[in-house]
Design a protein around this ligand. Sequence first.
Ligand code: ADP
Ligand code: AMP
Length: 213
Amino acid sequence: MILFGPPGAGKGTQAAILAEKTGLVHITTGELFREAIRKETELGRQAKPYYDRGDLVPDALTIGMLLERLAEEDAVHGCLLDGFPRTLEQATALDDALIGQGQAIDKVLCIQVPEDELLGRLAGRWTCRGCGDVYHRQSRWPKVEGRCDRCGGELYQRDDDQPEAVRRRLEVYSRQTAPLIDYYRGQGKLVEVDGYRSVDEVSGELQAALKEL
Ligand code: ADP
Ligand code: AMP
């Protein structure tokens, strides 16, 4: 299953809820990159300049990282992908890899939100350093100020949620990622969901779509 949409649409928020309901593991390439950068691995070192500017990390690095993660035990029977694919090359590499294993993408859940709302969500997003869970004063706020409800980790504001990087990320989304909507529509896998509603309303619609499978 793929959670698809622009930065700030609510992919991570919804993937976490769906992961709990379905037992599927939630895999997010943004979080994998943040971890690699934090740990200063070779992958992190190579990804960092792209990440900091709000550009996409080159396909070769991203695809390699994702396919390695998919091969781990907890993802063998399926997963919820969040933030991948973001280019046509990534989408076709994923399809090819899955075909090789007798598997396929079931559904692409595309969350749509107007740009003004995205700007407000990203400007007010607080992310947990420990587990990557996200918060916002207007929709979901932790019980203890500055601490994640799920793991107790420290909350921080991502550098790439600052206005300049956000502008760049939204441009990159329109140019490089949004064209994938037609790719998955052509495969008959696209489910479009209005994400400009409460977290619970969006989640209810996504779960209804999954029940049909
Ligand atoms: P994405 O993973 O698509 O970048 P996130 O799930 O991180 O988006 O959500 C971006 C921000 O918007 C977070 O601060 C989150 O708490 C908030 N948010 C998520 N869904 C909603 C919603 N339906 N309404 C209002 N705010 C939301
Ligand atoms: P996200 O947490 O999904 O907003 O991603 C944060 C950043 O990680 C992006 O702006 C990119 O620099 C990088 N990134 C995450 N996923 C991908 C991907 N599929 N392809 C290329 N870069 C990615």
